[in-house]
Design a protein around this ligand. Structure first.
Ligand code: SF4
Length: 396
């Protein structure tokens, strides 16, 4: 069995909420950040003696760089005390550009963060104004230079696509600039206007490009990224020299990861579960972690203990999610350019795999949209654009 593990640490704090964002976040006050970090370290008690080797740690949010390096160091230290950690562990911290200085980047590098994921969003001030972000294109650029100077060689940037007036020229400029600044990874996500209650939804939507334009832009974006050596490996992700995100690959390949902190999701020992979106309840409940383990003598695997807790109604912190590994492997795996493997599908569920192959056969492999090479099946670029429809049909 593959015993490697990814750890996601959710930092739910943001100095303010961006209008288009639907993530769970709160504005920090008092000593809540300290209590939250203590709670995360406490939650790790549930995972003692699991025999896993940690390959990736990912601080996401929210705004992880609001925490400060001492708190990040404390969590990394506790992870090291709880698990065997691979010598090549990838440790990513998401960073909001306006909070990065030479000093903070240096401190993060010193405590073991070796991958910077910077929320650039765009190198155009117009886009950043539209998104009401606090940083400018100049700041985003400077921050990439700062983290590179502080020793980060693995630098990822987030970009938002589907904004008004994005052009091929702009994508060219972005890709060339990112390459020149030493960026090794790009995530380009489509803008989703989620939080309808908080904004003039219709007004914003009128400004956005049509679905057709978004599809054209996406195809152009992928091609332009590739000409600048950012090779697509997932619907929204591109890497230079194969510097893919080790952590995110675990999600797409249905490998094990645990999520620590509020709203974090886990897939561990065959169970999917998540933590409720309530910081106070989280802090309060994990205080009892060691006591609880004492009561159960620490013999049960963590997810089963949680199941027990839920059944007994003692704790409402964790929710067990439905898990259909066959469907998830198809849905997540087809996000990757490497696609999915028929042998693995057979191992997961022979009956379902037969049906899956029947659909492929009837639809003659969805011409233009899918490719099969031996046991490997993947979507083409055109296929990515209608992946939801194809996957829905394959899983009928
Ligand atoms: S986009 Fe990022 S900074 Fe803005 S509210 Fe969402 S998580 Fe916080």
């Amino acid at each position: 069995m593959n015993n490697s593990l990814g750890i996601y640490v959710h930092v739910p704090f943001c100095s303010r909420t961006c209008w288009y964002c639907d993530f769970y976040s709160i504005t920090p006050n008092g000593k809540i950040m300290q209590d939250y970090v203590d709670a995360i370290c406490n939650e790790l008690i549930f995972y003692q003696n699991t025999g896993r080797v940690v390959e990736s740690i990912y601080f996401g949010g929210g705004t992880p760089n609001l925490l400060g390096f001492k708190q990040i160091a404390k969590i990394i230290r506790t992870i090291n005390e709880t698990f065997e950690v691979s010598l090549n562990v990838e440790v990513t911290a998401e960073m909001n550009p306006e909070l990065v200085t030479e000093e903070t980047a240096y401190d993060l590098a010193m405590v073991g963060v070796n991958r910077a994921s910077i929320g650039v969003q765009s190198f155009s001030d117009n886009d950043l104004k539209f998104l009401k972000r606090r940083h400018t294109a100049r700041v985003a650029r400077d921050v990439i230079e700062i983290v590179a100077k502080q020793g980060f060689s693995n630098i990822s940037i987030d970009l938002i696509l589907g904004l008004p007036s994005q052009t091929c020229e702009q994508f060219e400029y972005t890709a060339a600039l990112a390459r020149d600044l030493g960026v090794s990874h790009i995530s380009g996500y489509l803008l989703k206007v989620e939080n309808k209650a908080k904004l003039d939804h219709d007004k914003i939507v009128r400004l956005l490009p049509s679905e057709n334009e978004v599809c054209n832009n996406y195809e152009n974006f992928v091609k332009i990224m590739e000409t600048h050596r950012f090779k697509q490996y997932e619907i929204s992700n591109y890497a230079v020299n194969d510097r893919k995100s080790i952590h995110n690959l675990k999600y797409w390949r249905c490998e094990e990861y645990i999520g620590l902190g509020v709203a974090a999701h886990s897939y561990f020992e065959g169970v999917r579960y998540h933590i409720i979106k309530d910081v106070d309840a989280y802090i309060l409940n994990v205080k009892d972690a060691s006591q609880y383990l004492k009561e159960t003598r620490g013999m049960l695997p963590p997810h089963l203990e949680r199941k027990g807790l839920e059944k007994e109604g003692k704790q409402k912190l964790y929710h067990i999610d439905d898990c259909d590994l066959f469907a998830e492997y198809v849905m997540l795996g087809l996000r990757l350019t490497e696609g999915i493997n028929i042998r693995k599908l057979t191992e997961l569920d022979e009956e379902k795999c037969k049906k899956f192959l029947d659909v492929l056969d009837k639809r003659k492999l969805f011409p233009d949209f899918m490719v099969r090479d031996g046991d490997e099946v993947c979507l083409t670029l055109k296929g990515f654009l209608i992946s939801n429809e194809i996957i829905a049909e394959l899983l009928l």
